[in-house]
Design a protein around this ligand. Structure first.
Ligand code: MSP
Length: 644
C-alpha cells in the first residue's frame, strides 16, 4: 500500500490529572485506545495514538505546596507513575504529551491570542463557585446549602467562591453552530444516548465561559497579560492539537488532524462535546470525527475515584497475572458505553474460565499432541475433502465479523465472537478425539488433519486477539513456529491456510495458569496497604505517644465565633482549670448541644491564635466528610481524668 493512500486513524485518551494515583478506571480508557490502535495498525492504517498528563491548575499547585516542592518538581515525580503503568500494560502510544512541555504551552498561547484578536475572548469579571477537585466552574443553578456554601454536583465536595477579573470565551455565540453541527453529524458523540444528552444540554442555552484565573499561578500565562493564567480545561483540551505537532511539527499535525476518535469517560463529556468543538470552530480548525464517552468502573456500586478512596490499584493484578488478563477482563466484561462493577472475584472467575480453561487448555493440548504424535511438525497430511471444513469456514465468518466489530469499537462483542469460535474448536477436538486416533496407525492421516486444523485455528485466534492480548498472542504465534512476526501480516492477508507447515512448533508453557481466589486474596493481603487517603502509615514510638496529655473535660460555655459558619468558642473545664478553645464543629453541633458534654482534650498542645482567640487545647473528634463528631463515654467520668 502506498504511504499516502493509507487511511488515517488518530486516537486519543484524556490526559490524566498527574496528581492522581493511576487506577483501573484510567487503565480502562488507555487499554481501549491501545486495542483500537493495534487493530488499526494490523488493518494497514496510518495510526497515531496520543496519551499524556494534565499538569497545571489549582489542585496540582496545592499538592506541590503541601509536599514542599515546586510544582514542576512535583509533576516530574508524579508523571512517572503513569508512564510505568502504561509500560506494564503494554500501551503502544506514539507520543506522551505533558501540558508543561513548552511545545504545548506555546501552542495554547498562540490559539488563545488568535481567539482574543478575533473577539471571541474578552475581558470581564467572574463571580461564582469553583470546584478545585474537578477544576470546574459550577453552574448557577447549583443550590446554596443552608450553611452558605455550594457542593460540586459531580464530586460532592465543597466549592469555593471565586470573584476575579478574567477572560471569557464567547461560548454563547456557538450554541447555534454547535446544534447545526450535531444535526449534520449525529455520530459525533457516541453512544447515541450521550449525543442526546449533549444536544439537550446545548439547547438549554450556553453561557460564556471564564477561561483564565488570576489567583492560580500554576498555569500557562496569557502571553500579553501574564497576570492571567489559562484555565486548565482550555489548556488541557488543546493537547489533542499540540500532541500531534500543531505549531511545532506541522507536517505531522496536517497528516493526523482532525482526530478520528477522542476516547473519554462520561464524566468529561461536556468539556469534549461542547467546549472543545466550540473552541475549535472559533479558531477555524476542522472538528474531530467522534467523541466516545465510555462508562465507569464502579467499586461497590460507586465510581472508583481517588477522592472516594475506593480505587483499585492495577499493580497487584499485573504482578500476579501480567497485562493480558487485565486487558481482556476490562474489555470483555462490559460494552464500552456502560458501567461495570469491578471485583477481584469477578476478575478471577472470568480469567480462570475464559483464559485458563477455554483458551489455555485448547492451546496446551493441541500443541502437546503435535509434539508427541508428530515430533512437533504440523502437517496437513490429508487435505482431500474429508467433510470437516467446519473450522475453516467458521474462521472465515469469524474474521469478517471481528473486522466489523473492531471497526465499530464493539470490543466486547468481538471477544464474544472469538470465544464462540474457541469453543467450537474445543468441541471439534472433543468430538474427534485425536488422542484415541493416535492409538491406531491406520488413522494417522486423519490425526494429522485434525491437529493441523486445530493449529490453524489457534493461529487465527491469536491474530484476532492481538489487539487485546498482544503479549500472549505473540507468544502463541511463536509456539506455532511462525518465523515472521504477527504484526507483519496485514489483516487482509490473514487466512486459515497460512499456517506454516515447514516449521516445528516450539516448546510452550501454559499461558494462563489458574489462580484460586483464596491464593490471590492472600497475596493481596500481603501487599503493603495504604489508607484511604493514600498516606503512608508513619509510626510513633510509645514515648512520643506518652508526651500527649489527653484529659476528660466538660464543656461549660459555648458560642458561635462571629463571621464564621463552622467555628465555636468553647470554655472547657479540664479538672484543674478552665480553658478556652476554638473548635470547627458548628456545622454539626449548636452551642446548646455541647454545654455539659464530656469531651477528650489534648491539653498540652501549643496554643494557637484562631480568629483572634487563643485556643488553649483541642477536642478529639472523628472526621467524616470534613465534619467533626465527638466521641462519648458509656458512664460518667470526672473532668481531669487522664485518657490513655
Ligand atoms: N484531566 C482531565 C481530562 C482532560 S482531557 C483534555 C481528567 N482527568 S482524570 O484523570 O480525572 O480522568 C481522566 C479519565 O479517566 C476519565 O475521563 C475517564 O476516562 C477515566 N476514569 C477515571 N475514573 C474512572 C472510572 N472509575 N471508570 C472508568 N474510567 C474513569 O478528567
Amino acid at each position: 500500500m502506498a504511504e499516502s493512500s493509507k487511511p488515517i486513524f488518530y486516537v486519543t485518551t484524556p490526559i490524566y490529572y498527574v496528581n492522581d494515583v493511576p487506577h483501573i478506571g484510567h487503565a480502562y480508557t488507555t487499554i481501549i485506545a491501545d486495542a483500537l490502535a493495534r487493530f488499526k495498525r494490523l488493518s494497514g492504517e496510518d495510526v497515531f495514538f496520543l496519551t499524556g498528563t494534565d499538569e497545571h491548575g489549582q489542585k496540582v499547585e496545592k499538592a506541590a505546596t503541601e509536599r514542599g516542592l515546586k510544582p514542576l518538581e512535583h509533576v516530574d515525580q508524579m508523571v512517572v507513575r503513569f508512564k510505568d503503568l502504561w509500560k506494564a500494560l503494554n500501551i503502544s502510544y506514539d507520543f506522551f504529551i505533558r501540558t508543561t512541555q513548552p511545545i504545548h504551552e506555546k501552542g495554547v498561547q498562540k490559539i488563545f491570542k488568535k481567539l482574543k484578536d478575533k473577539g471571541d475572548i474578552y475581558k470581564g469579571t467572574y463571580k461564582g463557585w469553583y470546584c478545585v477537585s474537578d477544576e470546574n466552574f459550577l453552574a448557577e443553578d447549583v443550590p446554596l446549602e443552608e450553611e452558605g456554601y455550594k457542593i460540586c454536583p459531580d464530586c460532592g465536595k465543597k466549592a469555593n467562591v471565586v470573584s476575579e477579573e478574567c477572560y471569557f470565551f464567547k461560548l454563547s455565540a456557538y450554541q447555534k453552530p454547535l446544534l447545526e453541527f450535531y444535526a449534520k453529524n449525529p455520530t459525533f458523540v457516541r453512544p447515541q444516548s450521550r449525543m442526546n444528552e449533549v444536544t439537550s444540554f446545548c439547547r438549554q442555552g450556553l453561557k460564556d465561559l471564564s477561561i483564565t484565573r488570576t489567583t492560580v499561578k500554576w498555569g500557562i500565562p496569557v502571553s500579553d497579560d501574564p497576570e492571567h493564567t489559562i484555565y486548565v480545561w482550555f489548556d488541557a483540551l488543546h493537547n489533542y492539537l499540540t500532541g500531534i505537532g500543531y505549531d511545532w511539527n506541522m507536517e505531522r499535525y496536517k497528516k493526523f488532524w482532525p482526530a478520528t476518535i477522542h476516547l473519554i469517560g462520561k464524566d468529561i463529556l461536556r468539556f469534549h462535546a461542547i467546549f472543545w468543538p466550540a473552541f475549535l470552530m472559533a479558531a477555524g480548525f476542522p472538528l474531530p470525527q467522534t467523541v466516545y464517552g465510555h462508562g465507569w468502573w464502579l467499586k461497590d456500586e460507586t465510581k472508583m475515584s481517588k477522592s472516594k478512596g475506593n480505587v483499585l490499584d492495577p499493580n497487584l493484578i499485573l504482578k500476579t497475572f501480567g497485562a493480558d488478563p487485565l486487558r481482556y477482563f476490562l474489555l470483555r466484561e462490559i460494552p464500552i458505553g456502560l458501567d461495570g462493577n469491578f471485583s477481584h472475584e469477578g476478575f478471577l472467575h472470568r480469567v480462570n474460565s475464559d483464559l485458563a480453561n477455554d483458551l489455555g487448555n485448547l492451546i496446551h493440548r493441541t500443541l502437546t499432541m503435535i509434539q508427541s504424535y508428530f515430533k512437533g511438525k504440523i502437517e496437513e497430511m490429508d487435505n482431500e475433502e474429508s467433510g470437516d471444513r467446519e473450522l475453516r469456514l467458521a474462521f472465515e465468518g469469524l474474521k469478517e465479523k471481528a473486522f466489523v466489530l473492531y471497526n465499530e469499537y464493539a470490543l466486547n462483542k468481538a471477544l464474544e465472537e472469538i470465544w464462540v469460535y474457541i469453543n467450537l474448536v474445543n468441541k471439534y477436538l472433543a468430538d474427534n478425539e485425536p488422542w484415541k486416533l493416535a492409538r491406531d496407525k491406520t488413522k494417522r492421516k486423519r490425526l494429522g488433519r485434525i491437529l493441523y486444523q486445530a493449529a490453524a485455528a489457534i493461529r487465527g485466534i491469536s491474530y484476532l486477539l492481538f489487539p487485546i492480548m498482544p503479549e500472549s498472542s505473540e507468544k502463541i504465534w511463536g509456539f506455532l513456529g511462525e518465523e515472521k512476526g504477527l504484526t507483519e501480516e496485514f489483516f487482509s492477508e490473514l487466512k486459515f491456510e497460512n499456517l506454516n507447515q515447514e516449521h516445528k512448533i516450539k516448546e510452550h508453557k501454559p499461558l494462563f495458569p489458574r489462580v484460586s481466589l483464596k491464593d490471590f486474596l492472600k497475596e493481596e493481603a500481603a501487599q503493603p496497604h495504604q489508607d484511604k487517603r493514600e498516606e503512608k502509615m508513619e509510626y510513633i514510638s510509645f514515648d512520643e505517644f506518652k508526651k500527649m496529655d489527653l484529659r476528660v473535660g466538660e464543656v461549660i460555655k459555648a458560642e458561635k465565633v462571629e463571621g464564621t459558619d463552622k467555628l465555636l468558642k468553647l470554655e472547657v473545664d479540664i479538672g484543674t482549670e478552665k480553658r478556652t478553645m476554638v473548635a470547627g464543629m458548628a456545622d454539626v453541633y449548636s452551642p446548646e448541644d455541647l454545654i455539659g458534654k464530656k469531651v477528650i482534650v489534648i491539653v498540652n498542645l501549643k496554643p494557637a491564635l484562631i480568629r483572634g482567640i487563643e485556643s488553649q487545647g483541642m477536642l478529639l473528634a472523628a472526621e467524616v466528610e470534613e465534619k467533626a463528631f465527638l466521641p462519648s463515654f458509656d458512664r460518667d467520668i470526672p473532668s481531669g481524668t487522664k485518657v490513655r
